[in-house]
Design a protein around this ligand. Sequence first.
Ligand code: AMP
Length: 174
Amino acid sequence: MAPASYQASTRGDKADKTTYSQTTSSNLSSSKTPVSKLLEGKGDAVFSIRPNDTIDHVVGLLKEKHIGALVVTDQNGMLKGILSERDIVRQLADQADGIMDQSVEALMTSDVVTCTPSDPLTDVLKRMTEGRFRHMPVVTENKLCGIITIGDVVNYRLKEVEYEALRMKQMIVG
Ligand code: AMP
């Protein structure tokens, strides 16, 4: 028998009396987790290059730092572009001759999509998936304050899921 506090809905009940306390998105803690939370663990280091650096310099840096992209900044630290390993591979396929002497400016993407520390991680993940890129510089008050990759977001989310599963298990088992 249903508990006394439970009131089954009747035909007279209004259909629009829906509550959203248990929607899928409200149950995903990551839907509210901001980018800044991820940066707390990762730090704010951003490896950058200049527009007139050579691709030779870039490939050395990508190898040394074990990363897949570098942000391009001017002498004032202003964001000018982003250059990823994909841009280099594309150029290798199109015209490999002399690639090492080419400038960053010639191969970089100038129209950079950025996020802010307060943007929700799910939002950023969606923008990266839709834009088909794996790197997102984080900018606040026109200053670079970090970079996050699709891998960072997925790893962070995996840890959250593991933690949520553990909490649920503790609630059930006690
Ligand atoms: P990625 O998947 O990040 O290695 O980059 C794939 C392509 O997208 C390359 O042409 C990059 O220059 C470009 N790209 C990477 N990150 C961004 C970004 N945040 N905004 C715009 N383009 C980007």
